[in-house]
Ligand binder design. Structure first.
Ligand SMILES: Cc1ncc(COP(=O)(O)O)c(C=O)c1O
Length: 406
């Protein structure tokens, strides 16, 4: 059967995620993997989840195992709305739709907002999962470079003269670079998007995982304050997730948005999967009750902070001086930049042979760039493995750098 001739035309733009492919190699326990965005498995709150499941099945099994509404379990929506109500903004249950992980939220946002050929503004590099999800819309990309304080705001106004439909960004501890957009640029950004009538997706799965510096208000807070509003009724669509602060296997995330957007998203989700797992939503709710989530996030911050420092320290000791890297104040990733004559995809072949893995940066870039970059995750491996893995990579890199003709 010639399946190639049968697939819908729009599938010709679809690609498998490079990360998901690399993760297959890293199943081998001998491989030290800095590839996935995986949380530390030993920190999963297993006992708390066990107790939560027990409580749920004892007290509300009929609800938790039944079909439920597309918007999601009300108790969970209320608790998310309460967490997000800050900086003078009152987020309500009606602003929240639960999704099967932030990735589903991104997919659904594309379905309800993007037409073929629409203009999209992104940081470059940007989140690979968004690029893949929206590939089938054949978008026109307008890209912004970044520095240590996030995207270069001075480039934005010029791009907005083309009146793009949407901007997507990860303002906190971005995936892949780990950079954070500073407060001043956030204010400028919100003002400019208003001026040019551009909507924005604020994708924020890492915002709680800050290891140093002050928390910076979210775009939706800044926008509300600027408009003198207490409601979520502007142009920001916020995406949140329990994947990095609880467990990605639960597949529970949320979108917080103005009511007309939620209404359309609910229609799109109804035909995608009816609703997210009722049981998983109840688990997220029950586990997060009281102060537990707050305390758990503190634990994650302490452990990941230490792992980040171990990685930064090892990079300084083992990597050749021709190689540079970002220094994230939070999140799970940093990005390495090699001299332009080196190719990270080629380096990965050698690295896998030496049982260490990373993700080449090229897939995070729009256009022909980033071949000499790669992303490292520091949350998943234990400190001694981070040290050993960075040494292996450093040795390989030193050979590669020396091998190049001057
Ligand atoms: C920026 C960004 N957005 C969304 C996601 C998807 O997260 P989830 O597990 O909630 O689908 C990720 C996962 O790594 C991410 O880095």
């Amino acid at each position: 059967m010639q399946w190639d001739t049968k697939f819908a035309q729009r599938t010709s733009f679809m690609r498998r995620s490079a990360i998901r492919e690399i993760l297959k190699f890293t199943q081998n326990p001998d491989v030290i993997s800095f590839a996935g965005g995986l949380p530390a498995p030993e920190l999963f709150p297993v006992e708390r989840i066990r107790e939560a499941v027990d409580t749920i099945l004892t007290t509300r099994s009929a609800q938790a195992l039944q079909y439920s509404t597309t918007e999601g379990v009300n108790e969970l929506r209320d608790s998310i709305a309460a967490r997000m109500s800050r900086g003078g903004v009152q987020v309500t249950r009606d602003n929240i739709m639960i999704v099967g992980g932030a990735q589903q939220g991104i997919d659904l946002i594309g379905r309800v907002l993007l037409d073929e050929g629409d203009g999209l503004v992104v940081e470059n590099p940007t989140y690979l999962g968004m690029l893949l999800a929206w590939k089938m819309y054949n978008l026109r990309y307008w890209t912004l470079d970044t520095d240590a304080d996030g995207l270069l705001i001075d480039q934005l106004e010029f791009l907005l003269h083309y009146y793009p439909k949407l901007m997507y960004l990860v303002p906190n501890f971005q995936n892949p670079q780990g950079v954070t957009l500073n407060y001043q640029r956030r204010q400028q950004l919100v003002r400019l998007l208003d001026k040019y009538d551009c909507i924005v997706v604020e994708d924020d799965p890492y915002g709680d995982l800050r290891y140093e510096g002050e928390h910076i208000p979210a775009l939706y807070e800044i926008e509300a304050r600027m408009h003198g509003s207490t409601k979520l009724e502007g142009r920001v669509i916020y995406s949140g997730s329990f994947s990095k602060i609880l467990a990605p296997g639960l597949r529970v995330g949320w979108i917080a948005a103005p009511l007309p957007v939620i209404d359309k998203l609910v229609q799109a989700k109804q035909s995608a999967d009816l609703h997210s797992s009722t049981l998983a939503q109840w688990i997220a709710y029950e586990v997060g009750r009281g102060d537990f989530l707050k305390q758990h996030i503190e634990t994650l911050r302490t452990v990941y902070h230490q792992r980040r420092d171990v990685m930064l320290d090892a990079l300084a000791r083992y990597f050749p001086e021709e190689v540079h890297w970002s220094t994230p104040a939070g999140g799970l990733f940093l990005m390495v930049t090699m001299p332009e004559y080196l190719d990270a995809t080629e380096l990965l072949q050698d690295a896998i042979a030496h049982k260490v893995a990373f993700v080449p940066g090229i897939d995070f870039f729009v256009g022909e760039a980033g071949w000499n970059t790669f992303r490292l995750n520091f949350s998943n491996a234990r400190p001694e493995m981070i040290e050993a893995g960075i040494k292996r990579l450093g040795d390989l890199l030193k050979e590669e750098v020396i091998l190049q003709p001057m």
